[in-house]
Design a protein around this ligand. Structure first.
Ligand code: SF4
Length: 360
């Protein structure tokens, strides 16, 4: 970063959806803009935690794994002085490290303690809830079927809470492989960012094999994942093309493409940034749907809308299916340090969606 460069904050009010203006267009070409879209409360908290840690403690601040699965966010925080590592043993002894929104296993906490690292745990509280369920049911000696994608960081973190009790079920096609000790002491839990429909398909198949399979105490698929899927489902039948803004390793962004196609979109593409849009995709289209994954800052959606408007899709109509006002407070130890330094700890973007989105 050069000394004159100003890097905008990625967390807080400016990162959330706001009204998008229409521009004149010809031929009735329009954009249907899903709402809610973009940042969820867990992502905003995690990104805010890294930004505030950089402000308070100064660079570098180490971050284990991508803080959230978005290329632009990771690149921008790197320019501000964050250093992203894969494992805690890459962090110098005694340095400060942030754990990502996807959560970590107890083994990772232990490794960090052994290296005397100062940790800031930005695990989303909704992921922590699933960890607690896993611990509780393992303690009661259940076999736990974790529906999720093998190798995903969130799944690794949850499985690490009770590796002897948890087996991962990747989808309906893996149900036949499941082996359990006692089919009457069996519960399923899930990764938070799956598609609701796909998860229930797996659960139904599991229940055919294990009729006494128990449901978790509450849904694990989080409000943000569900809300974004419901919104894209609503607009997809009217869209010739649906563009999903999000990175390839963002599970919930990839799911949005699938949900759009299942709900009747003519075609659907995922892009990291506006310049990845191929005008050829739109050659026959009059209506383009736009949404974004839970790890995507609104400014990337703005760029996509701007590019589409330059390609002739002038009118913007917001398709809103829910209003979100959830806010998670910053990790406790970071809050305490901020307070002690006299910094402002309040995060004033709580009502951002309510203020943000009338149809344009
Ligand atoms: S998608 Fe849901 S579970 Fe994941 S960080 Fe956001 S709020 Fe938390």
């Amino acid at each position: 970063m050069t000394s004159t460069e100003t890097i905008p904050s990625l967390a807080g009010a400016s990162a959330f959806p706001q009204q998008v203006e229409s521009v004149p267009s010809t031929g009735g070409k329009r954009i249907l803009l899903a709402a809610p879209r973009g940042y969820c409360a867990g992502v905003d908290r995690a990104v805010d935690a890294v930004e505030k840690a950089l402000d308070l403690y100064g660079a570098p601040v180490y971050v284990r794994k991508e803080i959230v699965h978005n290329k632009f966010v990771v690149e921008t925080l790197t320019r501000r002085g964050a250093i992203f590592v894969e494992e805690t043993d890459e962090v110098p002894e005694g340095a400060r490290v942030v754990f990502s929104a996807h959560g970590v296993s107890p083994a990772v906490h232990a490794q960090a303690a052994a290296r005397n690292l100062a940790t800031i745990d930005a695990t989303c509280p909704l992921v922590t809830k699933v960890h607690k369920e896993a611990v509780r049911f393992a303690k009661d000696d259940y076999d736990i079927l974790l529906i999720g994608h093998d190798g995903h960081e969130e799944v690794e973190g949850t499985q690490g809470e009770a590796p002897d009790h948890i087996q991962v079920v990747n989808g309906p096609e893996e149900v036949d492989k499941v082996q359990v000790r006692d089919p009457d002491r069996l519960i399923w839990i899930s990764q938070t960012t799956l598609s609701v429909d796909e998860t229930m398909e797996t659960v139904d198949k599991l229940r055919e094999r294990f009729p006494n399979l128990q449901d978790p105490p509450s849904d694990d698929i989080c409000y943000a994942t569900q809300n974004r899927q419901v919104a894209v489902k609503k607009l997809a039948p009217d869209a010739d093309v649906v563009i999903v803004v999000g990175s390839a390793n963002s599970s919930n962004s990839v799911r949005l493409v699938e949900v759009a196609l299942d709900a009747g979109a003519g075609s659907s593409y995922r892009v990291d940034t506006a310049d990845e849009i191929d005008p050829e995709w739109l050659s026959e289209a009059t209506t383009v749907g736009v949404t974004s994954g839970a790890s995507v800052p609104e400014l990337l959606v703005r760029d996509v809308v701007g590019r589409l408007q330059r390609l002739g899709f002038g009118e913007v109509v917001e398709v809103r299916t829910a209003t979100e006002d959830i806010l998670f407070s910053l990790p406790k130890n970071l809050r305490a340090d901020l307070k002690a330094s006299g910094a402002v700890v309040d995060r004033p973007h709580k009502a951002r969606e309510a203020a943000g989105g009338r149809g344009a």
